[in-house]
Each structure stands twice: as C-alpha cells, then as structure tokens.
Ligand binder design. Structure first.
Ligand SMILES: C[S@@+](CC[C@H](N)C(=O)[O-])C[C@H]1O[C@@H](n2cnc3c(N)ncnc32)[C@H](O)[C@@H]1O
Length: 429
C-alpha cells in the first residue's frame, strides 16, 4: 500500500474507534483481519497514523476546524508527518485507494496557528481536567502536554537474575539500544518518525530466555525507588501481570520473599509464566480468596501498592483513554486507592515501608491520597524521596521532580518516561 491507501485505512479505523467506542488496538486488529493483503509495514503505518491523530486530537481539531476522523488523520499527515499538501493531492490523484482530495480549508489546516487556542487545546489535554493538571504542572502545562502527545520510546529492563547489560546489548545490537538516562539496568530505543515500526524485541532469543523485559523506564525507576533489599519480606499487593514483581525480584537477587497478590485472577494469570521465564525463585503468588493475606498482617518489611489508577501517565501509549476519562471514573479510582492504601498499611511491620505508586499525573490520585492516609495515621510518615533516589538510582535527584506533598512525579517532559508517581511512607517502629 502507498501512503494514500494507508491514510484512507487510518480514517476507516479511526471512524470504527469513534463510532463503536472501540479500543484502537481492537479496531486495528479487526481492520487487519478484513484486509489480509496489507503487510506488517502497512499495519504499523496505519496504527501510527491513528495513534498520532488521537495524541493531538484537540489541537488538530482546532487547526482543521473539524474533529472528524478524516480531519484528524489528515492533520497528523500534514502537521506531524510533514507531508506537503500539494504533493499529497498529487499522490491522491494517482491512487485509486486514496481519500477525496484535500479541500482549501484542509490545506489551510496544515499551517494553522494554535495561538488563539485555549490552554487545554494547546496542551492537548481534556479541558475538564485543567484544574488538576494546573495543580500538577503550573506554568509547564503546555510543555508537559505536548511531551505527553509525542510517541513513547521502547524501553527494556535487564533481568539481573539471568543477564548483564552487555549480554542484552549484544543480543539486541541490530536495534542499537542505548542505556537509559536514569534506570540503572535499562535500555531504550527511541520512537522513529512517520511510518517507523517499533522493534519486535519479544521475538529475540534473549527475551525468550528471560534476559530482559519490556518495561518503561519510569516503571523501572519507581520499582528501584521501592528500595527492596535482598532478604526482605515484600508484599506486591497489586501485582497484576507482575511487571513490578519481576523488577523487585531482580534487585533482591532472588533472596527473601515476595508475595504477589492481585484481586483480579485474570490480571494475575500471566505472572506464572513470566516468573518462570525470568528465573524468579523468591516469589509466591497469592491468588485472591478470602483471607489470602491474613498471615502477612504486620509482618512485611515493604508493601508495594502499584495502585489501580486512571493511567493518565500513559497517554502517549493509549491516547484514546485521554479523551474517554470521565469524572466518575476518576472518582471511582480515588475510592479504590483510598481503600487499598488503608488495607496495605496493615501488612507493613513496625519500622517497615509502604510504597505507593501510580501511573497517574493527577494530584487527586497521588499527593492527595497520601495526605489523607498520613492524616488518618499518625504512625505513618513520608520518607525523604531525594535520599531514596540517591541510594537506589545512585545519582542526585534532578530538580523539579519532587511534588509538594513529598512524593516524586516522573513525566515524558521531565524524564522522558511515562508519567509515574511514587511516595515512600514509613510506619513508626
Ligand atoms: C496498575 S495495575 C498493576 C500493574 C502491575 N503491578 C505491573 O507492574 O504490571 C493495578 C492492579 O491493581 C489491581 N487491584 C485493583 N483493586 C485491587 C485491590 N483491592 N486489591 C488488590 N489489587 C487490586 C488490579 O486488578 C490491577 O491489576
């Protein structure tokens, strides 16, 4: 397929996403099944166009004067992929699979200024979240929003239980991985422009052998900040598929014990294979049944809460969720988080640490939750996050990452990572 056909396909997929309220990944898969002639390169390019259109949905709609799937995809091609309108119309004229030619208004949209747009549109973020986002970012809102509207890198974490960075770098040398800026065992491969494909690292023999995991650098950093030590008793209370569990096991060198729990059996299911592939021998999976964790109350050196959240920190990867988030969903997540934090503190032994993590950038899910916990529990107090950074990430914490409430917030703009919040809380001895 040439570019005109790919553009037409992206418009079709985005229409499917919008009219049937489908996740992008599902709509792309369905399109691929119905159009088996399309190769992997075509599917990747169409996916890039749809994701790029959604990442900048509000500023593209402003520039184009319309928010139809056609307007959004064309805006991505003209404004991000930097196709010249005249060249595009010439290509459309020669391709029977092309969309209708660009109109004069659409051509004007290619260079339309965003100067007259409101703050939310300039930041490509939902307007109803502006008060929260301003609390989080103040005057950096537009820069934070634009970084959040870019493409994410592909990051890997070397599994110290099975490999060294040198071994992984050699195995993946064809993709030219670069060491991550902050995470000590990470590699990164920047996203390419336009129709660039994401390297398929999971087919590498090193992945099959458990030498590395795909994990955003931000997720690696908060896992490191958790500060788990070899020999400790650690509860991963929201373990899900085990991304953090695996990172904790790697830093603990298989010494001590990790209890991996999740209230949702389906989310927990992949953890068994992942633990095996990673050579983790110190993790015990606790399936959700009544009283599953009763024996751990008051005994844990560390309880990690990777809380269910709005996922606002991962808008680069799942831009459709940026526009689907509602006040009700946010309120639901806040209620879940308050309950889980309260429960988590029971498992921490006196003198132990509660690690609160979210992939959200919203203060309501981050500092506010911790402030409420600390207010209700005089035995709990914030741990100095800069000190924790120094001992786990082995550098000085860069300025501007600490939150006013005593946590840390990573973002695409600040650290080139997904948005992650982490707060360490000590229970008095
Ligand atoms: C952010 S995800 C965890 C991701 C996982 N830690 C990882 O790194 O791959 C949050 C998880 O919390 C789980 N969860 C939600 N409510 C819970 C509860 N009350 N107790 C334990 N887990 C819960 C969800 O099922 C979900 O898997």
């Amino acid at each position: 397929m040439r570019l005109p056909g790919r553009i037409a396909a992206a418009i079709e997929v985005l229409t499917d996403v919008e009219t049937r309220k489908r996740p992008v990944s599902e709509a792309l898969k369905a399109w691929g099944l119905n159009n088996r002639f399309a190769g992997a390169g075509d599917r990747a390019a169409i996916g890039n166009l749809v994701y790029d259109a959604l990442r900048r949905r509000s500023s593209y709609a402003f520039a184009m004067g319309a928010d139809t799937p056609r307007a959004l995809v064309l805006a991505a091609v003209l404004r991000d992929w930097a196709e010249a309108p005249e060249a595009l119309n010439a290509a459309f004229a020669e391709d029977s699979h092309a969309p209708e030619p660009l109109t004069a208004e659409e051509i004007a949209g290619a260079t339309a200024s965003l100067d007259g747009a409101d703050e939310a549109t300039q930041a490509d973020m939902p307007e109803w979240l502006l008060p929260s986002l301003k609390r989080a970012f103040g005057g950096d809102l537009a820069a934070e929003g634009q970084a959040m509207a870019g493409r994410p890198s592909l990051d890997l974490r070397v599994n110290a239980l099975k490999a060294t960075p040198e071994k992984v770098a050699k195995s993946l040398s064809r993709f030219s991985p670069e060491p991550t800026a902050y995470a000590l065992m990470g590699f990164t491969m920047p996203a390419g422009p336009r129709d660039a494909r994401t390297p398929n690292v999971t087919t590498d023999e090193g992945y099959q052998k458990g030498w590395f995991e795909v994990q955003d650098q931000g997720s690696q950093m908060v896992s490191a900040l958790a500060g788990a030590q070899p020999g400790e008793q650690v509860l991963d209370l929201c373990a899900g598929a085990g991304g953090k569990t695996l990172a904790l096991a790697s830093t603990m060198g298989n010494k001590g014990q990790i209890f991996a729990y999740d209230s949702d059996r389906n989310r927990l299911a992949p953890i068994y294979d992942r633990l095996k592939r990673n050579g983790v021998r110190n993790a015990q999976v606790r399936a959700p049944h009544p009283g599953a964790l009763d024996d751990l109350i008051g005994k844990m050196d560390r309880v990690v809460v990777d809380a269910p959240c709005t996922g606002t920190g991962t808008w680069r990867r799942r831009p459709d969720t940026k526009w689907k988030l509602t006040p009700d969903l946010l309120a639901q997540r806040q209620a879940d988080q308050a309950a889980i934090l309260e429960e988590a503190l029971h498992y921490v032994k006196p003198g132990g640490t509660l690690v609160y993590i979210t992939c959200s950038i919203l203060p309501e899910e981050n500092d506010d939750q911790v402030a409420a916990l600390l207010a209700a529990h005089p035995e709990a107090s914030s741990v100095d996050i800069a000190k924790a950074w120094r001992s786990t990430l082995v550098t000085e914490m860069p300025a501007g990452l600490a939150t006013s409430g005593g946590g840390i917030l990573l973002t695409p703009h600040r650290t080139g990572t997904d948005g992650f919040y982490c707060h360490l809380i000590r229970k008095a001895a």
